[in-house]
Structure formats: C-alpha cells, structure tokens
Design a protein around this ligand. Sequence first.
Ligand SMILES: C[S@@+](CC[C@H](N)C(=O)[O-])C[C@H]1O[C@@H](n2cnc3c(N)ncnc32)[C@H](O)[C@@H]1O
Length: 273
Amino acid sequence: MSDLLFLNDTDFEQYRALIYNESGIHFTETNRSILESRLREQLRDKHLESVKIYYNLITHDKETLKDFLDSVTTNLTRFFRNQAHFDALEKYIVPELMKIKKDTGNDSIKIWSAGCSTGEEPYSIAMVLTEALPFPWKFDIVASDLSLKCLMTGERGFYSENHIEGIPDYYLKKYFDRVSGGYQVQTDIRSKIRFDYHNLNNDSGLRNIDIVFCRNVIIYFDDAAQVAVIRRFWDAMASKSFLFIGHSESLFGMKTPFEFVKTQWATFYRKSM
Ligand SMILES: C[S@@+](CC[C@H](N)C(=O)[O-])C[C@H]1O[C@@H](n2cnc3c(N)ncnc32)[C@H](O)[C@@H]1O
C-alpha cells in the first residue's frame, strides 16, 4: 500500500499548489510527511489506490475538495487559549468599545472568530462578553472555519471531560450543563454564535465587525496569503475596531494600516480609521 501512496516530487508540488491556491495553507518540504499521512488516511477511507486518482477526483468535485481541505487543516484549540487575550477583551476592549459607541445609538458589538475550529474560542468570547457587557448591550459572534467537521462540533456545543480544561469553575457551572460523558453549552450562549463555513481565501462579505479573533490560523499561510487575509479583515472591520492574532503570529514587516496596541494584559491590533 505505502509504495502506491508514495508522493513523488511532482505529486507533492501539485498537491501543495492546489492546497495553497484553495486555502492559503502553505505546505513546506519540512511538513511534507504530514501531507503524506493525511493523504494516506483519505485514500484508505475512500478505498482509492493512488494519489493521482484522488487528485483527479478532488479537482473535479467541489465537495470532495472541501473534504480534502478539511483533512489537511490543523484544528488544535482549547477554551481560553491565551488567557491574556480574554483579559484584554474584558478589561480594555469592552470599555473602549462602549465609549466609542456611546453616542451612536448602537449598543451592539459584532465579533468574528475566524478559524474557530471546534468552537472553544467563540464560546470563550461569548462567556466573557456575557459577563462584561451591562444591560442593554448586546453582542453576536460569527464563528467560521473551512472544516465542516469542526463547525459541526462547535454548533453542537458538547465537550467531553478532557476538553473542558481551561474553563474557570464559575463559567463551567454557570454556562454548561453536566451531561453523560461531558458538558453541554447552554442554549443562551449557543444562541449568540452563528457557525458558518467560510474559506479565508475569499471575501467573507462581513462588514462593520468590531472585534476579529483570528488566532493560530495565519501561521499556516505564507507571506502573500497572510497579507491578503489581513487586508480582507481590514475591509470587514468597523472604523475603530480590534484584531487579535495568535501570540506566535505577527504583522511585523507587513505593510498594513493596523496599529499595534500594547496593554498591560496583551498585545493586539487596532483599526483606527
Ligand atoms: C489551530 S486552529 C486555531 C483555532 C482557534 N482560533 C485557536 O486559536 O484556538 C486553526 C483553524 O484554522 C482553520 N483554517 C485554516 N485555513 C483556513 C482557511 N483558509 N479558511 C478558514 N479557516 C481556515 C483550520 O481549519 C483550523 O480549524
């Protein structure tokens, strides 16, 4: 079986060009073995014999291509990942947005969790905002990803014992129901989030977003794809809005009008205009 699956240089180039053009995800020579192992799984599942047959299939059928792209994503996430970002959200950004919007008659905050994986990030945001925003302030969250499997998990809002680590006890008791095998996010919190398929390679059509979380996503893109996605965030964001990226990601060296903000809690970016 493994002989048939051997990804020669031409195959590798073809696959990585396809993945890059479709999603911005950049497979380097160093992570070639990861691509090989994901392909091996796909071929096994689909009872196919060669990477060439599979390539033909995914380039002729949009749904199979989606499935393939899903299989090459890295979906690692957890509740309250990088707690400092949630502290900055609560202590700096919420008061700041309330000040900015005070006289506009708009008491609603729009958040986009881009590359939300299985939902831990948007649910963490939702819990923090529920606590931080006084009546009559409202918020809604769009949570998007190109992994349909992840989106389904997020939408369901069920997390097993080993996935709830990181949720403070207070939140766990208040916003989750204990159910067999794990915890279920309560309806009130779930109703604040709309999970939606979206490939960051395309314009989302979203506009006037106040806060974008896109953490640990662009790390898988090359420079050109990063610039393109950051530009799309700019277009989607309201004037005077905020952008979080992962702590090992940076806009440093990128020509972008986003301003770098350093607070006592965390660093992030601001669109001032
Ligand atoms: C490592 S997870 C990060 C999840 C969460 N943001 C966090 O920081 O914990 C990266 C997510 O980005 C998604 N992703 C990668 N490329 C994407 C693209 N082009 N469009 C949309 N989502 C993408 C993956 O499917 C994956 O779920």
